[in-house]
Design a protein around this ligand. Sequence first.
Ligand SMILES: Nc1ncnc2c1ncn2[C@@H]1O[C@H](COP(=O)(O)OP(=O)(O)OP(=O)(O)O)[C@@H](O)[C@H]1O
Ligand SMILES: [Mg+2]
Length: 362
Amino acid sequence: MAAQDYWHYPRTALADSVLMAFDSGLSHALTMFAPRRMGKTEFLLKDIAPRAEEHGWRVFYHSFMTDGDEAGEVFRLSLAEFAAGRMKSWLKPLTARVSADLLGVKAELGTQATAPAHSLTEVVQALTSSGKTILLLDEAQILTRLARNEELLGGLRTGLDINKDQLKVLFTGSSREGLRRMFSEARAPFFHFGTNIELPTLDRGFCAHLAAAYRRSTGRPLDEWRLWEEFEAMGHVPGRLRAVVEAMVLNADLTLAEAVALKVHDVHDEVQYAKILKALPLLDRLVLQAVLEGAPLFAEDTRTRMAATLGSAVPGTTAVQSATERLLRDEIITRRERGQYEISDPGLGQWLKALTSSQETP
Ligand SMILES: Nc1ncnc2c1ncn2[C@@H]1O[C@H](COP(=O)(O)OP(=O)(O)OP(=O)(O)O)[C@@H](O)[C@H]1O
Ligand SMILES: [Mg+2]
């Protein structure tokens, strides 16, 4: 399936080094952080998964993105189903119970499942008894949002600990803060897991690859150097460039410049951004603005500028601290090393920048 996708630009070297680390027993768990739309999911599904299977691993991919409050439960059941599905013949009882669990959840999502549940540790145990597996856990930091997932995280941790050789895990996340929380907080002590690997920004080869794929599908030429200029201008976000090229595939009349202009404003995203901004208290918005400008959040002159907009006394460092914590918790901003902050979603950052400059120039 993945090999047929000629739009995909393989990250072969990175995938190979991850697999080497797992194959050789050097690593048991790795963490990959990158902002939104930078290609984490694509890397897991199209680079790691097929290669891992070639190396004799079974691969379980799970994204925690969409299941909201049920994220933990859905994960446990999906993993159980995966484990059971692989071991039908000799693990009938497990299969039967899992099906009951699944049916229970399907029927009563949001209420109490009635069937007796396997703990995650049991599921992991069952899984590893039948062969080696790589878990690709996408946006895993979502699990830390709810206190009730603590037990599940504990079970996962124990399962990984006991089965290091048979079970490897690659965590990804778009929130550095969320992953940091998951790895360092006492109740979910994953801290000795998760050596961090970088997902490098894509290079010119990506643009050459997209230009070739465009030629292949349309028979029309596309200047890869112009593509590269646009890619740089949009902050090296592959999802955005793909959207531009897709627009040009679908509409032969569009020039590159027109497609960029069309796609630079992703209407769906912008509605979301506007909602996020609207929901923030004024002080939080000002802290966000300061993050955008790279201003030191707690410095006196930053706070004095905030006061001017607030039309009140200069906010104290405690108030600014609380606002910062709220933004971190909601994963709107992310803590970098040495007290630096950044906006988690580069798209939101760009949108805010455009908004600010349009307000400054009358
Ligand atoms: N290696 C690649 N080759 C071709 N296209 C890519 C590649 N990586 C990413 N893309 C494009 O960028 C889009 C976004 O990538 P992806 O969904 O993997 O990002 P993500 O980091 O998981 O983002 P999110 O935080 O939104 O989940 C993909 O749908 C695809 O169109
Ligand atoms: Mg993703």
